[in-house]
Design a protein around this ligand. Structure first.
Ligand code: ATP
Ligand code: MG
Length: 202
């Protein structure tokens, strides 16, 4: 047998083994459930991944709610695009939480107002997906009680999916999540002096 034929056979055997492994895992995953996903870490891609799932869900005509806990800027492409789509409610919570204010009392009030909106979404079984963008900061800086957040997430409708984004995710949320992805910042253009680019960062 030539080396080339030998290689082709070896490839086919490896792929057949891989297929039977994957098919067996797929056969085992039979539960339909609302999943809690956490996208955390210092690398880029947390919010944009969440908005990717929003696009998927809307593409299936599922209803979606989004709460942005930090108002980074007022002119984001995602808000402009998604808020004009049918089936989505999009809430940018004014000063949800920000290091600009440096006023803990004000930040607590704002974060709690944002959580009140989140609570309403987390009780609405018509919503298939709820995104809580940059939620983790409000917890980390003591503006929201983690026990209340865990309680409300735990009591949401059984088939509702939730995506939480933000760095430094508290352990209680990591523990209760079904899927956790930690983005690793291997490189970022910002550190090469490149400004935030329209369509990429906002
Ligand atoms: P994105 O919205 O692009 O998916 P993100 O949600 O992962 O980013 P955030 O922590 O919310 O990241 O930060 C928002 C902004 O900071 C984005 O413009 C993003 O490109 C930028 N950013 C993310 N990670 C880094 C990093 N490691 N260094 C510098 N800037 C970063
Ligand atoms: Mg983000």
């Amino acid at each position: 047998m030539s080396m080339e034929m030998d290689g082709t056979k070896h490839y086919a055997t490896r792929m057949a083994r891989k297929k039977s492994y994957i098919d067996a895992r797929i056969a085992e995953a039979v539960t339909d459930l609302g999943v809690l996903l956490v996208l955390t870490g210092n690398g880029k891609g947390k919010s944009s991944s969440a908005f990717g799932m929003v696009a998927r869900a809307l593409g299936h005509h599922l209803k979606v709610g989004v709460v942005q806990f930090i108002k980074g800027r007022t002119d984001t492409g995602e808000e402009s695009f998604f808020s004009s789509q049918p089936g989505i409610e999009w809430h940018v919570m004014g000063d949800g939480f920000t290091w600009e204010t440096q006023d803990q009392h004000q930040d607590q009030k704002s974060a709690q107002a944002a959580w009140a909106v989140a609570q309403r979404l987390l009780r609405d079984s018509s919503l298939s997906l709820v995104v809580l963008d940059e939620l983790t900061y409000a917890i980390k800086y003591g503006c929201l009680d983690i026990e209340m957040v865990v309680h409300d997430l735990g009591n949401r409708p059984a088939m509702q999916h939730v995506v939480v984004t933000g760095r430094n995710c508290p352990h209680a949320l990591l523990d209760m999540a079904h899927t956790v992805t930690t983005m690793e910042a291997s490189k970022h253009a910002f550190h090469a002096g490149i400004a935030a680019q329209k369509g990429i960062e906002w």
